[in-house]
Ligand binder design. Structure first.
Ligand code: ARG
Length: 494
């Protein structure tokens, strides 16, 4: 029998060791994998080679080994406590599970494609270790509630890991925001210079985004945290289970309330993928900014060699590959969400084998979002903003035009719309002279509006512009400082 250990990347099988012959899956191929070991009395021969190949999930659901063992242990303890199986058999099962866990930890537990998935592989391994008592473990349980439970446990851990990684990214952003709380830079709309902001304020915008992302993950965790085990195949069971005990052992808040829903629900995976897709979108937007900021035309920040790559032909290049790859990972992550939404749509209650296709997209999305978040935190810590360059480019593009309009409203008592027109003419003049707004003289301003006084010149500097934006949530450095303090408390617990 072809076998591999969980050390290997793939699970070997007869179907894999030779190229599929023409006609694989024909009747003559049926049974090549040997007599069916799983379905006992009802089946006299093994599956066609191709059936085994399409059916087996062990190649990827081996990731669930720990959750499967934990679920089985909780189930077995409950079966003993309820007198559903004899204590003697139950103890042997629990001992066997300890040994299996050790073998997995040593990467020595053998896995077989013939046994389809992680659940059957562990059950077969248990039978080999402890003999007939192992066959009592599956009392009052089905792989349908088993896989739902295992997968929920895995997704719950993944939610926690992503949430933790986001917290670290926020910590990195907060540190840098504190350093640059008063560093003036241009704020953009339409990627056209709009009004001056501070670099700290800009980074704090991402702290807010990742804060909402963490909130979404925690909300999803709250809804996920109900235990499906004990729902059996779909209808519940006639055995006197204690589902509350199992739920508690596995750290769930309570058992699920409807057995049909329990085995057919994959909302928890979809919510995870939805939340992760939004995170990926946020990361991608930030990554895009890093790509722009590091370009020769912008030069707002530099990244060190740690987070860039060179070019094999152009010696001068320092490419922001990590940012580009984070931006690109959005594709596969969104794809994972669409994959699972599409798998689930149209499935009648309760379990359908289609649902076996739920795992790979979730595993892939989890792995890549973690990598993306960690790499982003790395870049945030690595980047060096160029204060001077940021300041200078903030003054370009007539970024303080609104400040002058506001000054006219406040000091000349004119309606804002009229002031907008006056400043429009001031900008036109500056444009014609090739000057920045803060390079205009009082005379220049008075040519457009004679009532303007020297005090108006003050508001034309970008420094004074950001200083004045003290409205709640505005970019004034003193606001940013306060916001950082509040965010540290709220998000980092400092
Ligand atoms: N490998 C299956 C899955 O991932 C386990 C459940 C199988 N249940 C069944 N009735 N065939 O969904």
């Amino acid at each position: 029998m072809a076998k591999t250990t969980n050390n290997g990347n793939s699970t070997k099988s007869p179907a894999k060791t030779k190229a599929p012959s023409k006609g694989s899956g024909d009747k003559k191929d049926a049974g090549k994998a040997g007599a069916n070991k799983l379905w006992g009395g009802h089946y006299s021969r093994g599956p066609a080679v191709l059936m085994q190949k399409i059916n087996a999930s062990i190649g990827f659901d081996k990731k669930l080994w720990l959750q499967d063992i934990e679920g089985s242990v909780a189930h077995c303890e409950m079966l003993i406590a309820q007198g559903i199986i004899p204590e003697k058999d139950g103890k042997r099962i629990l001992d066997g599970m300890v040994r299996i866990r050790e073998e997995f930890e040593e990467r020595a537990f053998p896995l077989f494609e013939e046994y389809e998935d992680i659940h059957m592989n562990i059950e077969v391994g248990l039978t080999e270790k402890i003999g007939p008592a192992a066959k009592k473990l599956h009392t009052a349980r089905s792989r349908n509630d088993q896989v739902a439970t295992d997968f929920k446990l895995w997704v719950r851990d993944a939610l926690d890991a992503v949430e933790f990684a986001l917290k670290d990214l926020q910590a990195a952003l907060l540190d840098r925001a504190e350093e640059y709380y008063d560093a003036v830079m241009p704020g953009f709309t339409h990627l056209q210079v709009a009004q001056p902001v501070t670099f700290g304020h800009h980074l704090m915008a991402y702290v807010e985004m990742f804060g909402r992302d963490r909130g979404r993950l925690m909300d999803a965790r709250e809804r996920l945290n109900e235990c499906p085990l004990g729902s059996a195949a779909l209808a519940g069971t006639s055995f006197p289970l204690d589902r509350h005990m199992v739920a508690e052992t596995l750290g769930f808040r309570e058992p699920t309330r409807n057995s049909l829903d329990s085995v057919s629900d994959r909302d928890f995976a979809l919510e995870f993928l939805s939340a992760v897709s939004i995170i990926a979108m946020h990361l991608s937007r930030f990554a895009e900014e890093i790509v722009i900021w590091t370009s020769a035309q912008f030069k707002f920040i530099t990244l060190t060699e740690a987070f860039t790559t060179g070019s094999s032909i152009m010696p001068q290049k320092r490419n922001p590959d990590a940012a580009e790859l984070i931006r690109a990972k959005t594709g596969r992550i969104n794809g994972s969400l669409i994959t699972l939404l599409t798998v689930m749509k149209g499935l009648p209650l309760a379990y359908s084998k289609d649902m076996q296709e739920d795992k790979e997209p979730v595993f892939d999305a989890a792995e890549n979002i973690l990598l993306g978040i960690e790499a982003m935190a790395g870049m945030v810590r690595d980047m060096t903003p160029d204060r001077k360059r940021l300041y200078e480019s903030a003054a370009e593009g007539f970024s303080t035009a609104t400040d002058l309009a506001d000054w006219l409203v406040k000091n000349l008592g004119l309606p804002f719309r009229d002031c907008h027109h006056i400043v429009g003419r001031v900008v036109k003049q500056a444009e014609e002279k090739g000057l920045r707004l803060d390079e205009l003289t009082l005379k220049d301003l008075q040519k457009v509006e004679p009532k303007i006084t020297a005090a108006a010149l003050e508001v034309l500097t970008v420094k004074n512009s950001v200083k004045s934006r003290k409205s709640y949530g505005g970019t004034a450095p003193e606001n940013v400082k306060k916001a950082i303090k509040v965010a540290r408390k709220q998000y980092i617990g400092e």
